[in-house]
Design a protein around this ligand. Structure first.
Ligand code: ARG
Length: 608
């Protein structure tokens, strides 16, 4: 990709070197030491180069350096016969570029790529790095919810982005399919669901399992309330309920391999997972590998016992295995329960070790909510203590909570909202809008288009906020066609597609070749500069593991396109060559939209 700052950096480095030579100073710089900034207002030029860094070397003040460097640079560019302008402004050397020439260089580069191989952003800053990305990682007791949707799109988008800059990526998901949570659904099913199936009830299979979890929770609360009323301590009430004791007994039976329990467990997990996979398919999320806690927790247990032997861990009086992390300024942490059963962290030892054995990653990124920061801190420290040197390459990408505005949408439990329900309702809202605008005929399949708008709205909204921040998902706002939303971006894509279709139908300018050096108005120039910035935006998003950088880029690009579209006649331009050229500029914008949409999981729409 053409970096229009690069030739200027080289020219300026050479001017500074001349100044150093002339002053008899035995030093030289390279273009890497030249920094280009965006001037605060466009009248000052396109790039500002601060001269502070050379003051010590040249024993002159930065404004003075800017002054003499500008004089020398003017002479250099005179010989190039372009429209570029150079001036000194305080400590800055400002450059106004030759718009036409630069536009041509930038856009020629864009069109070197073919539509299929439009690998714009593939500049290779993570070339050959093997990165494993764990995300989503659901429990099998209930369907995916809004929190998973944020996790899923972060994981999927980050994987695509780092792949775009050269990383070899392996996407993994751990299914937490064992433990007390699934026993709760199993118990409720055993007691009031036997014989029923998702098919017999005509319910999506993960929802079917989740409904039993909800009914367990209701029953548990009833029992706990009764115990509290009879004087039992609030904290202990849950554990003392008959339901909880039955669930715990079920977990013991499961760990002992009881056939009937294991059969039921298999059946319900299969339902849960089958349903989740449908949601993944619907949202465009996929994995290279699924790990299952039930298959790694024993290995984790062995590791904990090894650590106990090596005195890294210790046994408490009650028999539980724990670790003292006061040296690391952390608490003590239990690793195995007193009855020998494993807890949540136990399996993570086994899972990580298995993963590294199977695929020796340079980095493993866990996309998991911020409430688990302590968990991962402890996990990484302990793996290192256990002697796994690769533990230093583990990274917790911690993201904030996502909530719905009060009263906007309630789930069955009143707290979280199911992913499917949320997408359904976004789709229905989009569909209503398509109908209201009378665009059913135009869009072809209104339900399919509405679904794509829903996903664009959802994914863009979720990625727009940087991962660390908590956020509020506002369904209505996310769907708005104006403003900083997914549908607004999709609309730009559809608008360009429509122009290109019209042009193709008329076929008038088919044989013409665009002349990008004609692109010199402010609006055109702004677009060209943003286009040239695309690979940098992708690299920045990759480096920071933060798709919001790319979301910001997409919004800037779309706004600039919108200004251009309103100010510069395209199809109606009287000069046919300029018309063709502007159309090709629009096509370049579309190619970048498509590429960046793919990296941010926003469906591209030809019509909407
Ligand atoms: N299933 C877990 C939960 O619901 C998240 C798993 C995160 N990944 C991990 N390797 N521990 O909290």
């Amino acid at each position: 990709m053409y970096d229009f700052k690069e030739p200027w950096k080289e020219k300026i480095a050479s001017v500074i070197n001349t100044l150093l030579n002339e002053a008899g100073i035995n030093e030289q710089i390279t273009s890497l030491q030249i920094i280009g900034e965006n001037p605060p207002n466009p009248e000052m030029g396109d790039i500002g180069f601060p001269m502070f860094g050379f003051a010590k070397m040249l024993r002159k003040g930065p404004p003075q350096i800017a002054q003499i460097a500008a004089e020398k640079l003017v002479k250099v560019i005179e010989t190039e016969k372009t429209n570029a302008k150079v001036s000194a402004q305080g400590p800055y050397l400002n450059v106004q570029m030759d718009r036409g020439n630069t536009a041509k260089a930038v856009l020629d580069e864009v069109f070197k790529k073919t539509d299929e191989d439009f690998s714009f952003a593939r500049t290779g800053s993570m070339q050959n790095k093997k990165v494993m990305v764990e995300f989503s990682s659901p429990n099998t007791n209930k369907p995916l919810h809004l929190g998973h949707l944020r996790n899923d799109v972060l994981g999927e988008s980050i994987s695509r982005i780092i792949n775009a800059v050269g990383a070899q990526v392996r996407k993994v998901c751990i299914i937490n399919d064992r433990g007390i949570h699934i026993c709760k659904s199993m118990l409720a099913y055993k007691e009031n669901g036997s014989g029923k199936t998702p098919e017999s009830e005509n319910v999506k299979s993960d929802r079917f399992v989740g409904d039993f979890y909800v009914s367990f929770s209701r029953q548990l609360k009833k029992e706990a309330d009764e115990l509290i009323a009879s004087g039992v301590n609030k904290e202990e009430a849950d554990n003392k309920t008959l339901s909880m004791q039955k669930a715990q007994e079920m977990l013991r039976l499961w760990e002992a391999g009881d056939i009937e329990t294991v059969e039921l467990w298999k059946k319900m997990n299969a339902w849960a997972i089958e349903g989740m996979k449908k949601t993944y398919a619907r949202t465009g999320v996929s994995f290279d590998k699924y790990d299952f806690e039930s298959q790694t927790y024993m290995l984790g247990k062995d590791e904990v016992l090894k650590g106990l032997e090596k005195n890294i861990f210790y046994k408490q009086e009650d028999g539980a295995v724990a670790v003292d992390l006061s040296e690391e300024k952390l608490d003590k942490k239990i690793l195995l329960r007193s009855d020998g059963t494993s807890i949540y962290i136990t399996q993570d030892f086994g899972t990580a070790i298995n993963r590294h054995k199977e695929w020796q990653f340079d980095q493993l990124i866990y996309v998991v909510g911020s409430e688990q920061q302590y968990h991962f801190k402890v996990l990484f420290i302990l793996l290192e203590k256990l002697g796994y040197s690769w533990a230093k390459n583990l990274h917790h990408l911690s993201y904030g909570m996502v909530n719905l505005p009060e009263g906007k949408m309630k789930s069955r439990e009143g707290t979280v909202v199911d992913a499917d329900d949320l997408i359904d309702s976004l789709r229905d809202m989009a569909l209503a809008e398509i109908r209201e605008k009378g665009r059913e005929e135009v869009v072809g399949d209104p339900v399919e288009v509405a679904e794509k708008i829903a996903l664009g709205a959802l994914h863009y909204f979720l990625l727009q906020t940087s991962p660390v921040k908590d956020m509020l998902f506002d369904p209505k706002e996310s769907l708005s066609f104006s403003g900083n939303t997914g549908p607004y971006l999709q609309y730009m894509g559809a608008r360009i597609s429509s122009m290109l279709r019209k042009e193709q139908e008329s076929g008038v300018k088919d044989q013409m070749t665009a002349d990008f050096s004609l692109l010199v108005t402010d609006q055109e120039w702004e677009l060209v500069k943003i286009i040239a910035d695309y690979p940098f935006a992708v690299n920045e998003a990759a480096f920071n593991l933060d798709p919001s950088r790319l979301a910001g880029f997409l919004y800037e690009l779309s706004k600039a396109f919108s200004r251009f579209y309103h100010e510069c006649p395209i199809l109606n331009c009287e000069d046919p060559l300029l018309s063709k050229t502007r159309l090709e500029l629009s096509r370049a914008v579309m190619l970048i939209l498509k590429d960046a949409f793919n990296l941010t999981c926003i469906p591209f729409l030809e019509v909407m």
